[in-house]
Design a protein around this ligand. Structure first.
Ligand code: SF4
Length: 536
């Protein structure tokens, strides 16, 4: 690199909004062309990193500045503009990884990331504690095993998700993973789409269980049968954050060979919405429906106008029940004699050494694959019946639970103050403690239950779709500001889709188990066996 590194080379308005600054920086440079500069920062060392670069352009390469482990690992605070440590997220399209890929991530975590990693709610895996000096090594290592952090963050198409049991599940209509990967190749990492108004989430599922949560993605393709043909329904505008919105179904049946073009055209529609670029808080596709008066009919008309073929009218979807969609436990595959083994990973937190051990296990006793889920878990597929007991025993030795309690299995937590600079509260340690408390207080709790913990209104912990959603707040308690939680109850997807309702109750962390115990014991005392919490 010959030119000096500068964060803001062009003249800028005296007073810029956050959205204006983002739009200006994207126009000044395609962040996907910043890899050379990132390598140069690494060569020159930590003091050379320009904070505005780290806070902005790095994201397109899956790199965030991170907090310092506050609340969990003894740090003093997760906020500020520190560029000392970084989080790096590796995309895993459809959650399908080889053991070699999982081993490589595990080694990176062990050798450069303080032996810690998180499986995310988009089937990605993120590393923490990387220094700028170790970032190029991490990126090159991911490249070497066919993975990439490119597009894992930033105003781009994020990791394309899908059913982790694609090709294996007895009830799937079609193995949609080749389509998910084709879509990822088309729009994720494609420079035509480096500058979207904000992040853009896509999922493709061939199974009627809808385990990749198509209801809350910007674009969701869900397999549907029409006569002898399996094609896709298309849903648009789903999303959570502080204003959740269920994706709207368009009246279209998508033939499989049309799907990539349809997704590309919808991504173009999003890219072209200049109105969405006025505010970072309103820059998601859903706001066309929520704020701009768009309807499904209008969207379909605009979409049709972009396509060189005529879309067929849609057919009814097989909308699933709202049950655990996590594939945890042992399940027979459609391949006779083979099983999938789904481990419940509490809050998605693993160590690098655990990832390496799981990769070895998959090689020795299964088919050499490890698949990640949007519920922060992983699955070892293709386990022959003869190896099942060994796999279960070894997973337990490595520290993973296959048959967790409903509290354990239904817990999800976002990053929180430990590493996230937007967080209000610590999340993962709190959720771990809360699960242990509830297991001790109501042993044998027999109702499927989701408790999602999110450290700020952005809802990365997806609290709006949980039976019990906890959103981080601060309350003054015994004279000092303390982590606290507001409660939202009764969220669901599937046939009873609806967002959790915020109830007028907040309390500090220490009081949450009392509140949950009271709530759940009341439910157990009055429930109709057909009722789950969302219909209670
Ligand atoms: Fe961070 Fe908030 Fe997202 Fe949690 S919900 S990861 S605290 S931005």
């Amino acid at each position: 690199m010959t030119t000096p590194l500068t964060a803001e080379p062009a003249a800028k308005p005296v007073k810029e909004t956050k959205a204006q600054k983002s739009e200006r920086l994207k126009l000044e440079k395609n962040p996907w062309e910043a890899l050379d500069e990132i390598r140069e920062f690494a060569r020159q060392g930590h003091s050379s990193v320009i904070p505005d670069w780290a806070e902005f352009y790095f994201k397109w390469w899956g790199i965030y500045t991170q907090g310092d482990g506050a609340g969990v690992t003894g740090g003093s605070g997760g906020h500020g503009k520190s560029t000392e440590f970084f989080m790096l997220r590796a995309g895993i399209p459809n959650g399908l990884a080889t053991s070699e890929q999982i081993r490589a991530i595990g080694k990176l975590s062990r050798d450069h990331g303080r032996n810690l990693a998180d499986i995310t709610t988009r089937q990605a895996i993120q590393l923490h504690w990387l220094t700028i000096e170790s970032v190029p090594t991490a990126i090159e290592t991911l490249f070497s095993v066919g993975l990439s952090p490119k597009g894992a963050c930033g105003d781009v198409v994020r990791n394309v998700t899908g059913c982790p049991l694609a090709g294996l599940h007895a009830h799937e209509l079609i193995d949609a993973s080749p389509l998910a990967k084709a879509i990822a190749r088309e729009v994720n990492g494609n420079s035509e789409f480096y500058n979207l108004p904000r992040k853009f989430k896509i999922t493709v599922t061939g199974c009627p269980l809808w385990c990749s949560y198509p209801e809350i993605d910007d674009i969701a393709l869900t397999a549907v049968r029409r006569g002898d043909e399996v094609g896709y329904s298309v849903h648009v505008g789903g999303g959570l954050s502080n204003q959740p919105h269920i994706a709207i179904k368009l009246d279209a049946f998508i033939h499989e060979n049309q799907a990539v073009a349809v997704v590309r055209a919808i991504t173009e529609i999003f890219r072209e919405q200049q109105g969405l670029r006025q505010s970072r808080d309103r820059a998601r596709l859903k706001y066309l429906f929520m704020n701009e008066g768009w309807t499904a009919e209008r969207f379909l008309e605009v979409l049709q106008g972009k396509l060189p073929f005529q879309l067929d009218p849609g057919v009814a979807d097989p909308v699933p029940q709202d049950v655990f969609r996590d594939h945890a436990g042992v399940h027979p595959q459609k391949q006779p004699g083979f099983y999938s083994v789904g481990a419940s990973v509490l809050n998605g937190r693993v160590t690098g050494e655990q990832l390496i051990a799981v990769a070895d296990l998959a090689d020795e006793y299964a088919g050499g694959e490890v698949r990640t889920t949007v519920t922060q878990n992983f699955i070892i597929p293709n386990v022959p019946k003869a190896n099942l007991q060994t796999v279960l025993k070894r997973l337990s030795e490595i520290g993973f639970t296959v048959e967790g309690t409903n509290f354990w299995r239904g817990a999800v937590a976002c990053t929180g103050t430990e590493f996230c600079k937007l967080a209000i509260t610590e999340t993962k340690g709190f959720a771990r403690w809360l699960v242990a408390e509830m297991e001790a207080r109501i042993p044998g709790f027999d109702q499927q239950l989701t408790v999602h913990v999110t450290g700020c209104p952005n809802s990365c912990g997806q609290h709006w779709i949980a039976d019990i959603g906890l959103e981080g707040k601060k309350l003054k308690h015994e004279g000092k500001l303390t982590d606290a939680w507001s409660f939202a109850l009764g969220g669901a997807l599937g046939q009873h889709a609806g967002f959790a309702r915020v109830v007028n109750y907040r309390c500090v962390s220490a009081q949450v188990p009392d509140a949950l115990e009271y709530l759940l014991r009341s439910y157990l005392g009055t429930r109709n066996r057909d009722q789950n919490l969302c219909s209670w």
